[in-house]
Design a protein around this ligand. Structure first.
Ligand code: ZN
Length: 343
């Protein structure tokens, strides 16, 4: 009997060391792994330690100049690549392991029979631009996995439910019609991008979709955004693969943002994305999530949902909240320009 979930993780190999007080810490990957145990699904999970990505693989998304700068800064002892984004001497090796893990998840799944994959590694990747580190992110992990699949003729939808807009991922695929990028995020907020009028350009027009949500948006409203906007645009795109930028900083306990989701809400979001993915073609990539308890519970709920198990450690939120007008505005705009064709 095969395993149902494939998880890339290497806690011992993680040598990306934060400066004191920084929220993006190695304990995040530990907490995420503990969520799998709490959810009681450990027996369904195959965990592997990934190989490092090659330079050639990184160049599918990043410039050679940037990769050199990243390596040189680490080798020189570390420092800050932007006001939020640090590297330590071991960060380059850790970034290569994350990138290798991202690619290995989808390449192993392509020839296996898993229900889903999960990159349980940090730092996150969705703010990383082709030529620049940003927002705790060094290498765009989900972008590398999507490129690997695209190079093999696959249509890929990236769904980003991290509370921040994944500007790096959007940038990589903005004019690419074979990779769709769909994001829900707090707005206006860091990094500043992700207005609903950003819908792609050139041949990629219509394959970028943004659903900006005001501070205070409830989990119920987030679920509504998934059901009324995310699901129909992805369904119409008809992807061969669905990759999820799974940050859990939209949780109500997260210290960095102001959305109000619970782990029970993430369970529902995971059910939606699982229905959008062809069988065995669904992978999650850890992005943000800075409250360790919330992260642990939410990872467990997400992966349990993929296995159709009713593990919801916290109630899904029922309050509709105040986000309805914002969701309606985004929906109407996307319908008006023809990006969203409602069912
Ligand atoms: Zn985030």
């Amino acid at each position: 009997v095969g395993y149902e979930l494939l998880v890339a993780c290497d806690l011992e190999g993680d040598s990306h060391r934060p400066p004191p007080g920084h929220p993006e810490i190695p304990e995040r990957a530990v907490a995420a792994m503990s969520g799998i145990e709490r959810a009681g699904i450990k027996e369904a999970v195959e965990v592997f330690k990934p190989r490092k990505a090659s330079l050639e693989e990184l160049l599918a998304v990043h410039s050679a100049e940037y990769v050199r700068l990243l390596e040189d800064t680490c080798r020189a002892g570390g420092g800050y690549l932007d006001p939020d984004t640090y590297v330590s001497p071991g960060s380059f090796d850790t970034a290569l392991l994350c990138a290798g893990g991202a690619i290995e998840i989808v390449s192993r799944m392509a020839s296996g029979s898993y229900k889903a994959g999960f990159l349980c590694m940090r730092p996150p990747g969705h703010h990383a631009l082709p030529s620049r580190a940003m927002g705790f992110c060094l290498v765009n992990n989900v972008g590398l996995a999507a490129k690997w699949l695209e190079d093999r003729g696959q249509r890929v939808a990236i769904i980003d439910w991290d509370v921040h807009h994944g500007n790096g991922t959007q940038d990589v695929f903005y004019s690419d019609h074979r990779v769709m990028y769909v994001s829900t995020h707090q707005y206006p907020f860091y990094p500043g991008t992700g207005h609903y009028s950003e819908v792609g350009e050139g041949r990629g027009w219509g394959t970028t979709v943004n659903v900006p949500l005001p501070a205070g948006t409830s989990g119920a409203a987030l679920r509504q955004a998934f059901e009324t906007i995310v699901a129909p645009v992805v369904e119409r795109f008809s992807p061969d693969w669905v990759l999820v930028s799974a940050g859990f900083d939209a949780h109500r306990d997260d210290p960095l943002a102001m959305l109000e989701a619970t782990s029970g809400d993430f369970w529902h979001l995971a059910r939606v994305v699982a229905q959008l993915a062809p069988s065995g073609r669904l992978a999650f990539f850890l992005e943000g999530g800075y409250d360790l308890q919330a992260l642990s519970l939410s990872v467990g709920a997400t992966l349990a949902a993929v296995l159709s198990l009713p593990y919801r450690p916290e109630q899904p939120s029922s309050a509709p909240g105040t986000a309805q007008p914002a969701i309606e505005r985004a929906k109407r705009h996307l319908e008006d320009v023809g990006v969203l064709v409602s069912r």
